[in-house]
Unconditional design. Sequence first.
Length: 198
Amino acid sequence: MLEEYRGSHALVMGIPAGGIAVAVEIARALCLPLDIAVVSKITLPWNSEAGYGAVAFDGTVMLNEELLSRLNLRKQEIQNGIKETGQKVVRRVTMFRGNRPLPDFKRPVILVDDGLASGFTLRVAIKALRQAGATNVILAVPTAHSESVQTILREVEAIYCPNLRSGPSFAVADAYEQWSDLDEQEVKRILHEFEDRN
């Protein structure tokens, strides 16, 4: 699906953790450079899998106001969540990118994650890339919910997704024969292996 970008001047950017495993395969197959777009969701105090917002590598914060209106979170809890997530993002940027400057975004950026559920994390990544100068953002995900694709389509130039799903419930992991969370050490290993081969 992404064949037109093979050997071009496009840049593949993976969202850790799961998006890196997909991004590295895309970068290898298309002979493109790989970088990382660190974004993390702001999780609920009682559920580390569910989030009410996200923080990006440049400090951009986006909150899901609709969801927050239904939750009984105090302002201080929300501020603490933003602060803790921001610290996690800074730590991960240092861990995965070191002190390398951001790449030149005056070229197509293929933003990759392992799937598109609500799309909130991807939306904050797109916003941060735009603020950093990206004018041509292409989203590539192996699987996605059709409603989320329609929502996020307005924010990117194109979406490539071979496995589009619909229905009341959607989990990214359901589209995979084998799926597991990647820890930070696995992400570092994947990035180092890619660098060593290129």
